[in-house]
Design a protein around this ligand. Sequence first.
Ligand code: FMN
Length: 217
Amino acid sequence: MSLISKIRCAFTLGQGVLIENEALKETNDPILFFNGWLKKAQDTGIILPESMSISTCTPSGRPSSRMVLLKEVDSEGFVFFTNYDSRKARDLEANPFAALLFHWNILQRQVRIEGRVERISSAQSNAYFQSRGRGSRIGAWASHQSQELDDRQTLVERVKYFEEKFSGKEIPLPEFWGGYRVIPESIEFWQGKADRLHDRFVYQPTEKNWTVKRLNP
Ligand SMILES: Cc1cc2nc3c(=O)[nH]c(=O)nc-3n(C[C@H](O)[C@H](O)[C@H](O)COP(=O)(O)O)c2cc1C
């Protein structure tokens, strides 16, 4: 381990001691707590701290994972955007449950979220779609995400086709593109500590609030 890694390690381990107070006493709201951790990750300057793995399963229980970007989080859940014909979307339409995973290495922190998944409204998807750069909006139209592509030139041609089609016009939301919300059934916060004696707290929703319990590391 390099000296800088050791210093970082010692620093972040020292930061971890607050978790019990933070998680159990200061707030019983894991979304607020999550936002605090995300903010902390953003403050470290790491690239794309909002990137997360999402695992889906086929109806026969075969899992697959990939990274996506968290775009919204509130009391309703965690929202990301994708192609509704993609492999992950096909899984989710047939088996609407997912597991999200954040890992902020520099902070020795991990957050696991599991829950049911639903599409957000097309009005909400459109609001986000229209906030994206023109290139990304054209890209969404051009990519048949997860399907086989003969060669890169075919994709480049499709981009050109949609650039011409929408030249000087608004780019509409493709009907095959939009957001999903993961509605949490559990949210686990993991803080790395010395000697593998890590802190783990798992929140689960009740009718009106959340329960929180500590797990063995
Ligand atoms: C850091 C990172 C962020 C990504 N964000 C997204 C995203 O927000 N939405 C998306 O559809 N794909 C995103 N991707 C690409 C996916 O990982 C994946 O390749 C794609 O969605 C196709 O997955 P699927 O075939 O399993 O559906 C991202 C990849 C990386 C590495």
